[in-house]
Design a protein around this ligand. Structure first.
Ligand SMILES: Cc1ncc(COP(=O)(O)O)c(C=O)c1O
Length: 429
């Protein structure tokens, strides 16, 4: 743990010593119509655009314009195998073998594809364990699979809340549910980092506890990919999905990721929703009637991928490779720790940090619960050109992204927060 001084000089010192500071200029920094820069602390929602994206996308636009259909095999990066160029980088990002990862579709679509294969209920084992405040899309998807298999969520969904008066779900409580109800739980499905509280779950421990009870264990890594150091293979996670538009900076709605552990690579007993892009590459264009899945995560592909989105993702992943997840995580712990210490220093009445204080139990994001007038305070911040986000009913989420945010921005943010807070209190009294 670092001891931070709540001064501007401290922020300037950290920025001067930051080995990753050079990456900021590789991003487009949003500004108002009048050219005033926004203070952007919203990388947990939508990451900024790397300047290199344009060149990557333009190359494929040129190849499409000049080659037409021939681009599948003759483009600078041939489209037919384009997604393969991302396998090694993606594997490094999430701690997997290249065989275990693929980029395809969108996050919730991948989540459904994983549930088709990995939620295999039996009369004795049919329940799904989730965190109570899971992202709504996960909740809808989970409930839709329960319904699809003829189960009632009242009985088959275990939605675990935090303890009374706490915001984070304790790992020991997850373990206790597994010890008690594990024999009836088919699937444990949690966010790697909870979207609302910013809590990072202990994925290794939870996977172990789930497996000890015979459950399948998977994670939604929307808020974890590009944020935490992940070791999905070593943790023995069964399957995982993530999006690439948050910390991965690949653009709105960009193509998502999927992990399937090596031990499931060749399991003919696993049903799946198949499509031609998951079929054996050596015979794909012979158009055979029988589906022969590619071993590994690629075998879960359905359609040929969106090349322009993959181009943006390649640009972003090249930056991640240069910067390195180890260094990014080290800065992330520092800059989020600095934000936390400034918030503690100001101790603004009615604003409470609900993200765990232990850096191991969180990523970049801090979630602030506002006792009163939270939405008004958030509007004040927006008027001051600060972009963080408001989540109903009472939380402001803010995340310094280590690739492009500075310590000085964090310092400025907390000053804006204090000013807005004082304004709102004055108006309210
Ligand atoms: C945890 C989580 N799951 C699912 C989604 C939905 O993702 P998509 O719309 O890309 O399917 C989001 C989006 O922010 C999310 O944060």
């Amino acid at each position: 743990m670092h001891a931070f001084k709540p001064t501007q000089a401290e922020a300037q010192k950290w920025d001067a010593d930051d080995p990753l500071a050079v990456y900021r200029e590789q991003f487009h920094l949003p500004q108002t119509a009048a050219g005033v820069p926004y203070l952007y602390l919203c990388g947990h929602s939508l990451g900024l655009q790397p300047k290199s994206v344009a060149a990557y996308v333009q190359q494929d636009l040129r190849d499409w314009a000049t080659l037409g259909v021939e681009g599948h095999f003759m483009a600078q990066t041939p489209w037919w195998s384009y997604h393969e160029t991302l396998a090694a980088q993606t594997a490094r990002l999430v701690g997997a073998l290249p065989l275990e990862v693929v980029v395809m579709n969108a996050l919730t679509v991948n989540l459904h594809l994983m549930f088709v294969s990995f939620y295999r209920p039996t009369p004795q084992r049919y329940k799904i364990l989730v965190e109570a405040d899971a992202f709504p899309s996960d909740r809808y998807a989970v409930e839709s699979h329960l319904k699809w298999h003829g189960y009632d969520a009242q009985d088959a969904l275990i939605a675990l809340p935090p303890r009374e008066g706490e915001a984070a779900v304790r790992t020991e409580d997850i373990e206790a549910v597994l010890a008690r109800d594990g024999a009836s739980i088919a699937l444990v499905w949690l966010g790697g980092v909870n979207y609302y509280t910013g809590q990072a779950f202990d994925m290794a421990r939870i996977t172990q506890a789930g497996h000890a009870q015979g459950c399948v264990v998977g994670f939604d890594l929307a808020h974890a990919a590009g944020n935490l150091l992940l070791h999905l293979h070593d943790w023995d996670v069964d399957c995982a999905v993530w999006c690439s538009y948050k910390y991965l900076n690949a653009g709105p709605g960009s193509v998502a990721g999927c992990f399937v552990h090596e031990r499931h690579a060749q399991r003919p007993d696993l049903p799946r929703f198949a499509g031609w892009w998951g079929h054996n590459k050596t015979t794909r264009f012979e158009m055979p009637p029988d589906f022969d899945p590619i071993p590994g995560a690629e075998g879960w592909q359905v359609s040929n991928p969106p090349i322009l989105q993959l181009a943006a993702l390649r640009a972003s992943m090249d930056i991640f490779d240069q910067a390195g997840m180890d260094r990014l995580r080290a800065k992330s712990e520092q800059i989020t720790g600095y934000l936390e210490s400034l918030l503690d220093h100001h101790a603004l009445a009615g604003i409470r940090l609900i993200t765990p204080r232990d850096p191991q139990q969180r990523g970049a994001q801090l979630s602030l619960r506002l006792a009163r007038n939270g939405k008004t305070l958030h509007e004040r911040l927006t008027q001051a050109n600060v972009l963080c986000d408001w989540r109903e009913p009472d939380v402001i989420r803010v995340a310094p992204a280590p690739l492009y945010n500075t310590f000085m921005e964090v310092y400025t943010f907390v000053n804006h927060l204090a000013t807005a807070h004082a304004d709102v209190i004055r108006q309210d009294s």
